[in-house]
Write a protein that binds this ligand. Structure first.
Ligand SMILES: Cc1cc2nc3c(=O)[nH]c(=O)nc-3n(C[C@H](O)[C@H](O)[C@H](O)COP(=O)(O)O)c2cc1C
Length: 221
């Protein structure tokens, strides 16, 4: 598989087979992704690979917090406080696409909540990856991390695996850091579900759209 094919094939997967991921594959993916560039080669990534009983225990705590009404508190702001166009519409379309695929009605708040809660179980994937940044690192490291994260996702595709990056998990950074013993002042950027795609699952049956390049590119010569 070449890079362009991996780029096109990667998509967010939200239902996985009940099949564990071989440790060798996890290591191969991280070994590939570690070649991502970073400013002055800082390599600011700190990855927690959570599986098995530890994952179960962690996700139970997070889902319980979510369902009890605890909205959590992320270490940084991923989304804008005030949504402007065209992002507002794209965000809406993204949600509608998933809920309409799952035939979840606009006013069925319980079904929407249950679907969202799946985030906190890492979509029941066998592996939950969590990505930390040391306190004091700045915006450049967030950029570096984006490259690392995409590298993981592409390498996963190359190994026949699927992913879903998850900002939602960052909301429960206090629970996650306490459970996994990461420093309180570290920054939990996001999580990621990793596993084998359940190709029969409805939630995996759609693809999101993309703008044409002329909508975001200007040429100067
Ligand atoms: C950093 C990051 C965080 C994300 N967080 C979530 C999340 O918490 N839950 C979720 O279902 N999808 C999440 N997504 C997936 C996006 O919704 C998805 O990438 C987008 O709709 C484009 O679809 P695609 O990944 O299938 O191409 C996240 C994506 C990124 C890059």
């Amino acid at each position: 598989m070449n890079v362009s094919e991996a780029l096109e094939q990667r998509k967010s997967v939200r239902a996985f087979l009940d099949k564990s991921v071989e440790q060798d594959k996890i290591n191969a993916i991280l070994n590939a992704a570690k070649h991502a560039p970073s400013g002055v080669n800082t390599q600011p990534w700190q990855v927690a690979v959570v599986t098995g009983e530890r994952k179960q225990k962690l996700q139970d705590k997070i889902e319980r917090a979510f369902r009890s009404g605890d909205k959590g508190q992320a270490d940084y702001s991923y989304y804008p406080n005030k949504w402007i166009e065209p992002y507002k519409s794209r965000r809406k379309e993204c949600g509608l696409l998933m809920y309409s695929t799952l035939k979840i009605e606009r006013n069925d708040k319980q079904a929407q909540l249950d679907q969202w809660a799946a985030n906190y179980r890492g979509f029941d994937a066998p592996v939950m990856l969590l990505f930390f940044l040391d306190a004091g690192m700045e915006a450049g490291s967030y950029m570096d991390y984006g490259m690392f994260l995409q590298s993981i996702m592409l390498a996963a595709v190359d190994h026949g695996l699927s992913t879903c990056p998850q900002a939602s998990l960052a909301d429960y950074s206090n629970i996650i850091k306490a459970e996994l013993n990461y420093p309180k002042d570290s920054i939990l950027l996001c999580g990621m579900a990793l596993g084998y795609e359940d190709k029969d699952a409805l939630v995996n049956s759609y693809r999101t759209s993309r703008e044409n390049i002329d909508s975001f590119t200007r040429y100067f010569s």
